[in-house]
Design a protein. Structure first.
Length: 387
């Protein structure tokens, strides 16, 4: 069956289940963009009887000035993270003995030295790392290159943040695109403007992109639940729409590593009791962290063929929106960590690991290289903390 046929069939199933309302709901959620790939892609299953290592990274589009917040409010938002994160979560440890670790993707367009110094202090205590986020519109490749290099230098030299390539010593960074519009992937061209953005990212030291999934946005790629190489085609936008899986081919000379979070149709949760919910790995007020969601995240099987029992669970959020902040620095997240601990204690074949974005990329590369390393030993396989 052709991809178009699969899409029509899938839409028909949803439509039949929910009638006209169900069909329209499916289209509004952009299921036609990614559902064919979701239905046809078969990722390797974990080997039975062997421990499963669940690698959990929370990648935050961390925007203290969100909503044009005045300085006092933005500062208070960051201060709440600095104060509350250790107080709430230091008592938890993963299977390696690490506390919950967080990845703050800080916007270059919101730079404030004071806020970065505050986050750097929190990260030096072992609770996370800072990476690069960017909102831009109607941009050029030349200006984007300057913006990224300047911000990389500032984070590295002024704040002691980011990481370095273990071999070359180059300062490197992880990236999330603002408004999801990576590589000019919106149909109207807004919130980017650069068709060769993947090349610019790679050439300025980006070790991996963590933007996806972006569903229900139109920027969502056809390829889902994957760690893969994207090769830029400057003649067209959205070059990362597809690409070869990491570990199945040698690294393309101009490939940028893409690490996606889980994206799935969740029939256990249905709108009107009929239309399935979309699980897009988002943590927010309406989608709190919950141990029941973990099953769906694991079943997405975001993994590397040579290490199928390493399951990559990359989650995303906008953590300084007050309703979300209450969830991420409150009871729902505390209960999630408690549930992880309890599940691991009950099941010796279930191991969980709090990882940063950098560590997740290292683990993916180690798995693809078939390195005979534990999760703990592979956390800094290729990229090491700056300083």
């Amino acid at each position: 069956m052709t991809e178009l046929g699969i899409a029509a069939t899938a839409a028909g199933v949803v439509g039949a289940a929910g009638g006209v309302a169900g069909f329209r709901a499916a289209r509004r959620r952009g299921l036609d963009r990614w559902l064919p790939s979701y239905l046809t892609t078969r990722r390797p299953a974990p080997v039975p009887g062997v421990p499963v290592d669940v690698l959990i990274a929370v990648c935050d589009h961390y925007e203290p000035k969100r909503g044009n917040a005045p300085p006092a409010k933005a500062r208070a938002r960051v201060q709440q993270w600095v104060d509350e994160y250790p107080r709430l979560f230091d008592r938890f440890r993963d299977s390696d003995g690490c506390p919950p670790r967080y990845s703050f993707f800080y916007p270059a367009d919101e730079y404030e030295p004071e806020y970065l110094d505050m986050l750097a202090g929190l990260c030096r205590q072992g609770y996370g790392e800072v990476e690069v986020h960017l909102h831009h519109d109607n941009d050029t490749a030349e200006n984007l290159r300057h913006t990224l290099l300047d911000f990389k230098q500032t984070l590295s030299e002024r704040h002691g943040l980011l990481s370095r390539d273990r071999t070359t010593g180059e300062v490197v960074y992880g990236f999330i695109h603002g408004n999801w519009a990576l590589d000019n992937s919106r149909c109207d061209g807004r919130w980017c403007g650069v068709n060769n953005e993947l090349d610019v990212l790679r050439e300025t030291g980006c070790y991996a992109d963590f933007t996806l999934p972006s569903a229900p946005s139109e920027t969502q790629t056809r390829k889902v639940n994957s760690v893969y190489w994207a090769v830029d085609d400057p003649a067209r936008p959205k070059s990362h729409d597809t690409g070869p899986d990491l570990g199945t081919v040698p690294r393309p000379p101009t490939g940028l590593l893409m690490i996606q979070g889980p994206l799935a149709v969740d029939w256990s949760r249905r709108k009107w009791g009929i239309v399935p919910k979309v699980e897009n790995a988002c943590l927010q007020e309406s989608q709190p962290p919950d141990i029941t969601r973990l099953t769906t995240w694991m079943n997405a099987r975001v993994n590397i063929p040579s290490r199928p029992n390493w399951l990559f669970v990359k989650l995303h959020t906008h953590g300084v929106k007050e309703p979300n902040q209450d969830v991420l620095l409150g009871g729902p997240m505390v209960r999630f960590h408690e549930a992880l601990k309890e599940r691991s204690a009950r099941n010796p074949l279930f191991r969980f690991h709090y990882v940063t974005a950098r560590e997740m990329a290292n683990l993916a590369l180690a798995a693809a290289d078939r390195a005979d390393l534990s999760v703990a030993d592979a956390r800094s396989y290729k990229y090491v903390p700056n300083g």
